[in-house]
Design a protein. Sequence first.
Length: 276
Amino acid sequence: MKTKKPDFSHLSANQPIGIFDSGVGGLTVAKEIKRLLPNENLIYFGDTKHLPYGEKSREAIVGYSTKITQFLMDKNCKAVVIACNSATANALKEVLELVDSRVPVIDVINPVAEKVAYEIHNNVGVIATKATVNSGLYKKSIRKHNKFIKVDELATPLLVPAIEEGFRNHPITHSIIYNYLSNSKLKNIETLILGCTHYPLLLNEIKQYYGNRVRVIDSPTIVANQLKMILEKHHLLNEQNPHPSYQFYLSDITKNFEKISKKFFGKTIDLELKVL
């Protein structure tokens, strides 16, 4: 059965892009979108009240993700970016059903899996939350494009809480990273995918562990490029907006979110509490 080609002619370039995650992790994607698409208006929803998604049931993640997607649709977004691996792995199908081809939906797993599959990688490691690893989506997506790649996934559940508590470049994160990355599952990898949008906040510490032995994939850049390509294809790039607006909604306002969002987007941004 042929799927009908999506028609986005009802959308306009000056509508905002909607982005969501369970917490600060998605800010790594939002920051990259801001850098690559500097004229775009962005609306970000951080579901800090329910983090980490990686420890939640599939049903709970589907419930949170569809509510937030509906909120972003009501805010007239021209695209929805699921900037959360656990939400992508567990709720992508339901989000796509809800959106019903009215706007493009960009997730954080498929563009990364496709890029890795078409480059020269033989042994790939993925570190992610329990919810993402249990879904097996990285392995499925990579092997759909290239069945010869060996993919080993490791759940690293302590990283998100440590990041959300503000630990970076700290003995605590050094210790957690060392314990996880020295796991025998990752022994022979040549490439490591950071399968959670929180993890790029520890990129330097992870690279430090490996030296130059392992290539660490920068997922936010890949996702932002995918978004740009889709918007260009449908003539939805905003090129006439020298003063874009950035709106942040949180289900619970945390000090750490405030700190990182202001570091990435400037001191003047406002964080609005929004319980869905």
